[in-house]
Design a protein. Structure first.
Length: 295
């Protein structure tokens, strides 16, 4: 039997081989970050190396949710070392849900790419797992990560009992209240067609942990868009920031989404009414680093 490191290397090589014969769309990457100074450097390194390997990645945007630990400076310095052009959107601290909403709406208006990718900035879900996507010929297709124990020779970590319990509760609530059949709505590895982002995120009203479920409800149940699950490996780096209390509070917020469902507030993407942005959606600051020229 091969050593584990050899099996992982083989898996990466197999994924690269599949990508070489697959028509990969252009993808802008949005990484929401709050006090990620200790982990974002590795995430930027992963994105840079994947892009250097031929993937159609860029632009890369770090959506900084009012960090106070130097996340912005670490990200810019890491990008400069890697020769990767990034933007840092400086936003007031309002939580992940509203940070992602603001960034998605901002970038959708100017990215010029086929897709916007929502990718956590902790590098626990590495970007090279895009090579597992079987790209559809339907440009409306949404791709969402589904965390699994093992795939393609890669082995991930098993979540703690508490995390598994919370995921089970979220899965049950999503199915019961919203009719969503996807088992991992919270995975921080999602791709949305750029042309549909404004219609989807413009209707987002969730401000807590359940915003992913709301977006998927609008896409799946309201808009009937094709959604494809992608098996991904999760490897934790550091201590989890998911708190039981926050999850419970957010779970109650799902009743609000359910209420809007039965009041027919949501509209299918493509025919949705214009929704005014929530105050503060315009980034407060924009920092940019350009790649260092190579000789």
């Amino acid at each position: 039997m091969k050593p584990a490191t050899d099996r992982v290397d083989d898996a990466h090589a197999n994924r690269r081989s599949r990508r070489s014969v697959t028509s990969m769309p252009s993808i802008a990457v949005i990484m929401p970050a709050y006090n990620e100074a200790g982990r974002i450097e590795q995430a930027i390194r992963s994105v840079s190396r994947y892009r250097s390997d031929g993937a159609r990645i860029g632009p890369v945007i770090v959506a900084d949710d009012g960090s106070t630990d130097g996340t912005r400076e670490v990200a810019l310095a890491a990008a400069e070392r890697e020769g990767l052009a990034i933007e840092v959107l400086g936003l007031p601290h309002r939580g992940k849900a509203l940070t992602i909403r603001a960034a998605m709406l901002d970038v959708a208006s100017r990215a010029g790419t086929d897709y916007l990718m929502m990718l956590d900035a902790d590098d626990e879900l590495q970007i090279d797992q895009l090579d597992r996507v079987v790209w559809s010929t339907d440009p409306r297709t949404i791709y969402i990560g589904r965390r699994v124990d093992a795939v393609d020779g890669d082995h991930g970590a098993r979540p703690t009992l508490l995390r598994r319990s919370m995921s089970t509760a979220m899965r049950a609530a999503s199915r019961l209240l919203l009719g969503i059949r996807y088992p991992d709505t919270q995975c921080g590895f999602k791709l949305f067609p750029t042309a549909l982002v404004t219609g989807l995120f413009g209707q987002q009203r969730s401000t807590g942990w359940t915003f992913d479920a709301e977006i998927l409800f609008i896409a799946d149940r309201v808009s009937k868009l094709p959604i494809q699950e992608v098996p991904v490996i999760w490897r934790p780096r550091g201590t989890s920031r998911v708190r039981t209390g926050a999850v419970i509070v957010s779970a109650f917020a799902m009743f609000g989404t359910s209420g809007r469902r039965f009041l027919h507030v949501y509209r299918p993407v493509g025919g949705a009414r214009v929704v005014r942005p929530i105050a503060g959606d315009v980034p407060a600051a924009l920092a940019t680093t350009k790649p260092t020229p190579t000789l």
